[in-house]
Ligand binder design. Structure first.
Ligand SMILES: [Fe+2]
Length: 239
């Protein structure tokens, strides 16, 4: 499996605070069969400073160089406050310097002009991936509004914890509906601590029961490969 959304870099957000804990998380990921990870610290200027991200990323990368797992750098961008930086320095914020940008929204409201923002990203050659839309209560209550968002060209990443049911039954139901509709391109751990990788493993087995092995492998591994190895002629199909 390839994880494209997790908080593993110590001392930069609400993930681990020491390098030892970063390494523990990576060992847990390796144990369940993850061999590549794009680490995605929060990029949200009003809450976290990203000054140490690159430095701490390379400290962790060098610590794990003899492991059977590798890490790459990306961000989980809080789109509302950070859109201008993304347009000015896109390679700094996209996943592993690809054209794919992982962004998150507030949990309770729908930002105005979100569909227009997605279209603007596209016009700049950036492909937006929405992180855990199933945790946005506006979309959970308005599936049609969410379908309108993805029709603008937004790819979809859901969290393992939502599949397992940790965020409640409404979130789980909404997540299953997205998987049934096959509008999900990625499942990620969104791990903040080592135990979250056990949940990621569980979510794989649940999705396999819901949707079969072929689609499950596509959204846990194959689509992610396109991001890890840019530039690529391969295009992530929306179906
Ligand atoms: Fe996250």
């Amino acid at each position: 499996m390839i994880d494209i959304h997790c908080h593993i870099i110590f001392g930069v957000d609400d993930g681990p605070s020491t390098i030892k804990d970063s390494v523990r998380m990576i060992l847990e990921a390796e144990k369940i069969g993850v061999d590549k990870i794009i680490v995605t610290p929060h990029y949200n200027k009003s809450i976290y400073s990203s000054d140490k991200v690159v430095e701490n990323f390379y400290k962790v990368k060098s610590r794990i160089r003899d492991f059977g797992i590798d890490i790459f750098l990306g961000y989980e961008v809080f789109l509302i406050s950070s859109i201008n930086e993304v347009f000015l320095q896109r390679e700094q914020y996209t996943l592993n310097k690809s054209k794919y940008l992982l962004f998150e929204l507030p949990f309770d409201i729908l930002p105005i002009n979100i569909n227009e923002t997605v279209l603007k990203l596209h016009s700049e050659g950036i492909v937006p991936i929405i992180a855990h839309p199933e945790r946005n209560m506006y979309y959970v209550r308005n599936m049609q509004k969410f379908i309108e968002l993805i029709e603008t060209g937004c790819l979809v990443q859901v969290d393992a914890a939502s599949i397992v049911g940790i965020h409640g039954s409404n979130v789980k139901k909404f997540t299953k509906k997205l998987i049934d509709l096959k509008v999900v391109q990625f499942v990620a751990s969104d791990a903040h601590k080592p135990e979250d990788y056990e949940i990621y493993k569980k979510s794989y087995d649940i999705v396999k029961n819901w949707a079969g092995k072929e689609y499950t492998d596509k959204i846990f591994t194959h689509n992610q490969k396109v991001i890890i190895t840019p530039p690529s002629a391969e295009i992530i199909s929306k179906e």
